[in-house]
Write a protein that binds this ligand. Structure first.
Ligand SMILES: Cc1cc2nc3c(=O)[nH]c(=O)nc-3n(C[C@H](O)[C@H](O)[C@H](O)COP(=O)(O)OP(=O)(O)OC[C@H]3O[C@@H](n4cnc5c(N)ncnc54)[C@H](O)[C@@H]3O)c2cc1C
Length: 342
């Protein structure tokens, strides 16, 4: 479970360590359903439960909080802004539905057709040719998925705190002192002492900095939700489009993904974050005929954990949303498209 990457762990928590997922073949990867976390008793805890704080209520944090709470750990899940959606495409690999027990009613669209469109508008269709008859790409809205995962963590016993973590006091390595999470709730300063922390606070992670977890890249993503006239929406009803080219992103792809009653048009970049609005104009230009008459109903911009194309085999996210799935395939195709090789 990659969530544990930024884990500050004291003791009294048992889980089976696994090698990095990237090094494992699909069949060797741990199934989150069978991952068991068990809090053991200890004289140090003097009759109380082990107490954990999970910082960040995205998919990684909520999944970690759910597993900890279900394992008998007194768990606090911190999320600074539960109502803000991330401008992430929201396409997930089909295997995630089963691995993370995602209810089917959360899925907006079953995408069975994908087009990847090159800088000179060459189009490769896949999906209908590569997917088996029962396969599809589940298309979700992140605000729906994230809120479901947080609620499920709560129903497993996690305490949810809408609050911004501002600082963490880290005890010396051999100290028996707790970690102290300083945070604000409704502008009031609070603190909470815990035995362990899980950093799942996404891009620009405060936890990673505080525990000196090393450097990693993050991406900026921009996305507009656009409600289309019915006949234009019909074109996208089971179709996802990915666009590559320097006009839409120097190191990523731009997308038009169908959602419940609208499309999400967005892009991202790791290496040229300051130009993100220009890339968004680029994707709008590329699809202008297809979205003509559409009404923008929401605009989102946010740093997201993301990987540059060279590391595209897995997202550096706790729950591995997207690993080996759509994103992976798109990145590989993108590299092919860079040289316009056919
Ligand atoms: C352009 C782009 C497109 C993408 N498209 C897809 C896609 O189609 N499919 C897919 O599966 N993946 C996609 N991804 C990847 C996906 O967005 C990430 O992998 C995923 O969001 C990681 O989840 P997470 O829980 O680790 O972090 P996040 O989702 O970023 O969650 C971190 C949470 O921590 C909270 N937080 C941060 N700091 C604090 C603090 N100090 N106190 C309290 N809370 C805090 C934040 O508010 C946030 O909610 C995309 C990424 C990018 C950049």
């Amino acid at each position: 479970m990659n969530t544990m990457a930024a884990l500050a762990l004291t003791q009294n928590l048992r889980f089976t360590p696994t090698p990095p997922l990237k090094t494992l073949k699909q069949h060797q990867r741990p199934n989150p359903k069978t991952l068991k976390i068990t809090a053991s008793s200890s004289s140090r805890l003097s009759g109380r439960k082990l107490r954990a704080a999970v910082i960040g209520g995205g998919p990684a944090g909520s999944s970690a909080a759910e597993a900890l709470a279900a394992g008998g750990v007194e768990t606090y899940l911190f999320e600074r802004s539960p109502s803000t959606a991330k401008p992430c495409g929201g396409a997930i690999p089909l295997c995630m539905i089963d691995e993370f027990s995602i209810p089917l009613h959360l899925i907006d669209r079953h995408v069975t057709r994908m087009k990847i469109i090159s800088p000179s508008n060459l189009t490769v269709d896949f999906g209908s040719k590569t997917l088996k008859s029962h396969e599809y790409i589940p298309m979700l809205r992140r605000e729906v998925l994230d809120s479901f995962l947080r609620s499920r963590a709560q129903s497993n016993g996690a305490n949810f705190i809408t609050g911004l973590v501002t600082d963490i006091e880290v005890p010396d390595s051999y100290s028996s002192k707790p970690y102290v999470i300083h945070h604000t709730v409704n502008n009031c300063k609070r603190s909470l002492a815990v035995d362990l922390i899980v950093g799942a606070d996404g891009a620009n992670s405060k936890v990673a900095k505080i525990i000196d977890a090393g450097n990693y890249s993050c991406a900026i993503a921009f996305q507009e939700r656009i409600r289309l006239p019915d006949e234009k929406m019909e074109y996208y009803h089971n179709l996802a489009e990915m666009y590559v080219g320097d006009d839409v992103s120097p190191d990523f792809y731009a997308w038009v993904f169908p959602k419940c009653d609208h499309v999400a048009v967005g892009t991202g970049t790791v290496c040229a974050k300051q130009n993100i609005k220009g890339y968004q104009r680029g994707i709008r230009e590329r699809v202008k005929e297809k979205i003509k008459g559409g009404k923008v109903i929401k605009v989102e911009a946010h740093p997201n954990p993301g990987a540059p194309a060279s590391e595209a085999c897995a997202w550096p996210c706790g729950a591995c949303w997207g690993r080996g799935g759509v994103c992976d395939q798109v990145f590989r195709r993108r590299n092919i498209f860079r040289g316009e090789i056919r």
